[in-house]
Each structure stands twice: as C-alpha cells, then as structure tokens.
Design a protein. Structure first.
Length: 144
C-alpha cells in the first residue's frame, strides 16, 4: 500500500486495505484518470466506483441552483446584524432542501439566559461512532 501512496500519490480512503484472498487486497482510494491509467499499466486491477469529478460538478449545479441561493440569500446579503429569528430561519433553511440527506437540525439542551431555544446543524453522512468532527460556532454575541 505504501507504493500506492508514495509512487502513485493516491489518497487512500480510510487509510487501510482489506485482504481479499491470497496476495490480494482491496484498497478504496481517490484517483484521477492519469493515476488510474498508471495503475492499470503496472498490472493493478482498478474498479471505478464513482467519477468524483462528475459527482462534484453535479453537486455544484445543485448547490448553485436558484432555489438553494434563495435559501441563503438573507444571510449572505444581509445589510443588518442578524437577529435571533434570522439566524434560526437560516439554520432551518440550511438543514432542508437539497441538504436534508446529510444535515439535521438539532435543538440544543440549554436555553439562553433570556429563555430562547438555540439550534445547531449536524452535518454528517453515516452513523459510525467515534468519527472525527469539526465544531463551528457563530451567531453568538456577548449576552447570549
């Protein structure tokens, strides 16, 4: 597998290979067409599961659609400080529509000192425990 990373500069998904018989391993990786051709020319068997370039272009068209832009327009073009309703509506909009398959609006366990409910968005695809995550914090000011 080191050869795949060092020589062919592959991005190995999950950083591991799976034994698939005597002297055979299955490795999930991200590779462009030149890398795939190089692997095949050296005798590797390559199964293409998805063309990430095409999938990326399709996703960009989805996200770039006027319906999605309309959902975020209030935040991106706001000419005022966002109030609580603006932030809550934007979170709800971001967690719906084409993002609904991998987002979830979550009610936070504690209310603000003014008694307001707060929400967050969980961005995930899958349910495996122990996965790394990133925490973004925004829409919060000194008294909230």
């Amino acid at each position: 597998m080191a050869d795949l990373v060092r020589k062919h500069k592959l991005n190995i998904a999950g950083h591991t290979g799976k034994k698939a018989g005597r002297s055979r391993f299955v490795v999930d990786a991200f590779a462009d067409s030149d890398q795939i051709e190089g692997l095949r020319s050296e005798g590797y068997k390559v199964d293409v599961r998805e063309d990430v370039q095409e999938a990326g272009k399709k996703r960009q068209l989805e996200v770039g659609s006027s319906a999605v832009r309309a959902l975020t327009r209030n935040v991106a073009t706001a000419t005022h400080y966002l109030n609580v309703n603006d932030v809550e509506n934007s979170l709800a909009a971001a967690a719906s529509g084409p993002n609904a398959g991998f987002t979830q609006l979550i009610k936070l366990p504690n209310k603000t000192w003014e008694g307001r409910e707060c929400h967050a968005i969980k961005i995930a695809n899958g349910t495996q425990s122990g996965r790394p995550g990133i925490y973004f914090l925004g829409g919060i000011h000194a008294r909230e």
